[in-house]
Design a protein around this ligand. Structure first.
Ligand code: SF4
Length: 337
């Protein structure tokens, strides 16, 4: 039982995201009296969702699935930080420590996939949160969502930093035999220092790459997204080369990359992080990120270097989901993870 004062009784039925936003607006996250604090010190608030399939624009796909909101991996560059502000929470600590759990997610998804109006379009799983963050071990919402997609033979791609995905290797292998199924493991760098600084709650990069090896061996089309490459932390030629070589050594079917972009809540959070831990870098960053994206010339240089290294180590470029508009993708350097 929470020791926070009860400002709003959310009742025995689970609140919706709108209820949560209203409650937090008035009483802050302390008003989430039903949220359960677990050993990782994060608080988990179960909610009821009205829809699972989420239509998006400006991405290389049209539909996404996110069984959770917020992410205990807490990567400082995470573009999804700003989405937490939709629930009246901040993009800093609350993004990584107050996690919304859509308890009825798989049931809602099953109903949506059965609708005659559903087109069977490709869906991307885990675009605004990590669908294999540790709490998935308890709730298994991602697994149940994949089971629903498999029953519908609906093509999908998964983006994650969670080695827990190997738990579902049987399911993903079965999926791959009947419909398009691609796993994008996010490993921006294998540099230990950059990993520890930038991604405080994630599994070690080599653990993620061992998961890539396991999935490929199980027959699942699995590659790596080095997203994002963060200037100064992971962008040197030596670090890029070590990362791409290690990715190739683990049998990844493809590798892609994007340079970090910063907007809204993520920008504010990242600049605060720099100010606290790398104050001397702040002026260079303010110049490099005068706008949302680093200058095109810089991005081209990084991506050119990555292309050379991909060829050297024999691992191909990023695989596109079906029906991707290449022109759109070229503009969306920041879709990525
Ligand atoms: S980048 Fe991915 S793993 Fe990291 S905090 Fe964001 S959603 Fe979680």
């Amino acid at each position: 039982m929470s020791s926070f004062p009860l400002l709003f009784d959310l009742g025995s039925t689970r609140p919706t995201t709108r209820d949560i936003a209203r409650t937090v607006k008035v009483g802050g996250t302390a008003a989430l009296t039903e949220a359960e604090r677990r050993a990782d010190q994060a608080r988990y608030q179960e909610i009821t969702c009205r829809s699972a399939l989420n239509r998006v624009q400006g991405m290389p796909f049209e539909w996404t699935l996110n069984p959770y909101r917020g992410c205990t991996h807490g990567c400082h560059y995470c573009y999804a930080r700003r989405y937490h502000t939709q629930f009246e929470m901040n993009a800093d600590d609350e993004f990584a420590s107050v996690i919304l759990v859509k308890k009825n997610f798989a049931d809602v998804l099953t109903r949506e996939l059965a609708r005659p109006s559903w087109s069977g379009a490709y869906v991307a799983v885990g675009t605004a949160t990590d669908c294999y963050q540790p709490i998935e071990g308890h709730y298994r919402l991602t697994r149940r969502a994949i089971e629903a997609l498999l029953r519908a033979r609906n093509p999908m791609g998964i983006i994650t930093k969670g080695p827990m995905i190997v738990r579902d290797r049987d399911l993903l292998a079965a999926f791959s035999r009947v419909a398009a199924c691609t796993v994008h493991m996010s490993v921006p760098t294998v540099d230990e220092d950059a990993w520890q600084r930038l991604e405080p709650g994630t599994a070690h990069p080599l653990q993620r790459l061992r998961a890539v090896r396991d999935l490929v061996d199980a027959g699942v089309n699995t590659g790596v997204l080095m997203n994002p490459i963060v200037p100064g932390f992971s962008s040197s030629r030596a670090k890029l080369e070590r990362t791409i070589k290690t990715i190739a050594d683990h049998g990844a079917r493809f590798v892609g990359c994007n340079v970090m972009f910063l907007e809204d809540g993520t920008r504010a959070h990242f600049m605060k992080f720099l100010e606290r831990e790398f104050p001397s870098w702040l002026p260079r960053y303010e110049k490099l990120y005068a706008k949302k994206y680093a200058p095109q010339e810089y991005r081209k240089q990084v991506q050119g270097m990555v292309r050379v290294l991909q060829e050297r180590y024999g691992v191909s470029g990023r695989e596109r989901p079906p029906h991707v508009d290449e022109r759109l993708e070229a503009e969306q350097v920041g879709f990525a993870w």
